[in-house]
Design a protein around this ligand. Structure first.
Ligand SMILES: NC(=O)c1ccc[n+]([C@@H]2O[C@H](COP(=O)([O-])OP(=O)(O)OC[C@H]3O[C@@H](n4cnc5c(N)ncnc54)[C@H](OP(=O)(O)O)[C@@H]3O)[C@@H](O)[C@H]2O)c1
Length: 338
């Protein structure tokens, strides 16, 4: 289950046509330990061969490094690829480990120019607000983003980790193509407010971390022991200490379903995320992150797996049993404001 091109879908009523699965590029430069640049480049190419067209990055991934890393690939494949990047996580010069959320007009204007320059493109296909700065009315932020569309710097707009009400308010200013939020077998908080709002407005959902940052594949069981010093997942409550052991036990039904399909755990997690489209009635384009060509083939293979109603029922109770939040500080997430 690893070969062949994936089908396409429209990224909401207002977005471009893309492969039904995208590629998260963050780990190639940031967050998940050392990367092999050649393997990452081969992953970008392999994804494209398999019909992946939505490539996801952000200015904050390695303080611009990830956007710079993607530039040669974009130069070679500009017309084949939909590039998504994000603004809002400002890095203070005196402390590169900190992030300050900024949604104000001067910051957005500086950010878009910097991203265009690093990516080496004339326009960003999908420009997301990465996080919500509650000190700036979302209508003001959406109006600045709408200006960027009118000026041709950006083609489509997206929002990440917004509540249903924030999405409605922004969408009233300018059509939003996609909301990107964490959505997986382990993280389903967006189903209460964000997903119904997106369906109502014709906005696509782009689930990030659909593999639970790798945990759902069984690739690591405890971040304290299995992952390196600088790995971001060591700061995430659900992957450490007693929570990790409790959560690893939740993978048993995933394993059962995987065996029935001759699939991997990760493929079941991705098939579940993809099938949210039918369950909730909106376009869904998960963006699993990988730096390995063989894994991108495995992950796109998940688009050909259809889970039965009984299998979905078996997986249904998992999220409610997960121990520990998805971030140490949940105030940055939609769930933290709903
Ligand atoms: N909007 C936001 O706030 C936000 C937050 C986080 C992430 N994102 C975006 O979403 C993308 C995906 O999320 P994510 O990378 O955090 O998590 P993810 O896709 O759930 O998991 C990525 C992890 O799983 C591993 N992996 C991937 N495929 C695998 C496979 N078939 N078998 C075993 N392990 C596999 C990867 O390792 P290898 O790389 O070594 O394969 C990596 O460690 C990111 O790249 C980023 O673009 C957005």
């Amino acid at each position: 289950m690893t070969d062949g091109r994936i089908p396409t879908t429209r990224l909401g009523d207002h977005g471009p046509e893309v492969g039904v699965q995208g590629l998260g590029c963050m780990g190639m430069s940031f967050g998940y330990g050392p990367s092999d640049a050649d393997a990452s480049r081969a992953t970008l190419e392999r994804a494209l061969e398999l019909g992946v067209t939505l490539y996801d990055t952000a200015d904050a991934y390695g303080a611009g490094d990830n956007e710079r890393f993607l530039a040669p690939f974009l130069a070679a494949h500009r017309d084949e690829v939909v590039i998504a990047t994000k603004f809002a996580l400002s890095i203070p010069p005196d402390d590169p480990t900190r992030r300050i959320i900024r949604n104000d007009a001067p910051y957005i204007r500086r950010s878009v120019e910097a991203s265009l320059d690093r990516l080496g493109v004339d326009a960003i296909d999908l420009y997301y607000m990465h996080r919500r700065d509650v000190n700036v009315p979302i209508e003001e932020t959406a109006a600045v983003m709408a200006d960027l569309v009118r000026e041709g710097k950006v083609k489509h707009l997206g929002l990440s980790e917004v509540t249903g009400d924030e999405l409605r308010a922004a969408h009233a200013v300018h059509p939003i193509a996609a909301v990107q939020s964490e959505w997986s077998l382990f993280s389903r908080d967006i189903e209460t407010g964000v997903v119904p709002a997106a369906r109502e407005l014709g906005v696509a959902l782009v689930p990030y971390s659909p593999l639970g940052r790798g945990f759902l594949t069984g690739a690591f069981a405890n971040a304290d022991h299995d992952l390196g010093e600088g790995d971001f997942r060591r700061q995430q409550p659900r992957f450490t200490g007693g929570n990790a052991a409790a959560n690893a036990a939740l993978l048993d039904p995933v394993r059962t379903v995987a065996e029935a399909h001759g699939a991997t755990l990760g493929q079941v997690a991705l098939a579940w995320a993809q099938q949210r489209a039918g369950v909730h009635g909106l376009p869904v384009v998960p963006i699993p992150g990988t730096r390995k060509p063989a894994r991108v083939a495995e992950n796109t293979g998940a688009t050909r797996i259809v889970l039965t109603q009984d299998e979905l029922s078996l997986l249904e109770p998992i999220a409610d049993k997960v121990a520990g939040d998805r971030y140490a500080d949940m105030s940055f997430t939609s769930a933290g404001r709903e």
